[in-house]
Design a binder for this molecule. Structure first.
Ligand SMILES: [Zn+2]
Length: 270
């Protein structure tokens, strides 16, 4: 980052000296030189101030964490941080469903949302933009992310709780497990474990209609529509949204495809 600034300053320098050519004493050059020194000092100082911002990002304040990500992008330091997906340009299209486990050694880089849930840092900005826009379908209230990233342990607990609930209702263990799978993914097979999915809660059910019509503009898809249950393996979940990027989301919205269909079609054309 510092080098970039210095180059900018040097580029500015010749113009100044040209203007003042012909004068007896190069006051202009001296002023310019002083400017360079001042700007260098400023750059050094602002680099020094970065350190606390970094610490704050670790504790998870969303704004600061995002700022940190941005500044890393600018300095080009963050390029190799991720990604376990086979093709890293397709991280947003990783398929996780009842027959596709989360990729081995998958590690999500998380950022905390104001409500306490976490998501992959790459979907933070589009998610915030979508939730902000969704206020118009939610009595002007910001919708809440009630479930974001889940660890294996968290997913296991959700699944076990669901099985226990059905067992308490008198079902056998295997029955209870089959029923639970309709609602909670088997641990290791949940999109929530890759940090790219969120469960959204609103003040009114209208929010879900708004999301179904508009989420694609922000790169999110209505992941489990009722008419795709056979393909997704999941009963309709109006609250569950998955990030796939604007391009894929738009195509899926326009053609009425679920992620499984979209990926199959895409493979066919490659
Ligand atoms: Zn969900």
């Amino acid at each position: 980052m510092m080098e970039e600034k210095l180059i900018q300053v040097r580029n500015g320098h010749p113009r100044r000296s040209q203007k003042r050519r012909g004068r007896r004493f190069p006051w202009g050059d001296i002023v310019a030189a002083l400017l360079v020194v001042a700007i260098c000092a400023y750059v050094f100082l602002s680099l020094g101030e970065k350190a606390p911002a970094k610490e704050a990002a670790v504790t998870g304040t969303p704004a600061l964490a995002t700022a940190q990500v941005r500044s890393e992008e600018q300095t080009g330091l963050s390029t190799e941080k991720i990604q376990p997906a086979a093709n890293d340009t397709d991280w947003n299209l990783v398929l996780v469903n009842y027959e596709n486990a989360i990729p081995e050694h998958y590690q999500a880089n998380l950022v905390k949302l104001s409500g306490g849930e976490e998501v992959d840092e790459r979907i933070y900005d589009p998610l915030m933009e979508m939730l902000e826009a969704a206020k118009e379908g939610n009595w002007d209230q910001l919708p809440m992310v009630v479930s974001g990233y889940r660890t294996q342990a968290k997913q296991q607990k959700l699944f076990d709780d669901k099985v226990a609930k059905y067992q308490n209702e008198g079902h056998s263990k295997s029955e209870a497990e089959e029923m639970a799978k309709q609602w909670v993914a088997v641990p290791g097979y949940s999109e929530h474990q890759i940090g790219l999915a969120v469960d959204i809660n609103g003040a009114t059910y209208d929010l879900y209609f708004w999301l179904q019509e508009n989420s694609y503009k922000y790169g999110f898809i209505f992941r489990y529509p009722g008419n795709k249950t056979e393909l997704t393996g999941v009963a309709e979940e109006v609250w569950h949204y998955r990030y796939v990027g604007v391009e894929a989301a738009t195509e899926m919205y326009e053609k009425g495809l679920c992620l499984e269909e979209y990926l199959a079609e895409r493979q066919g054309t490659e």
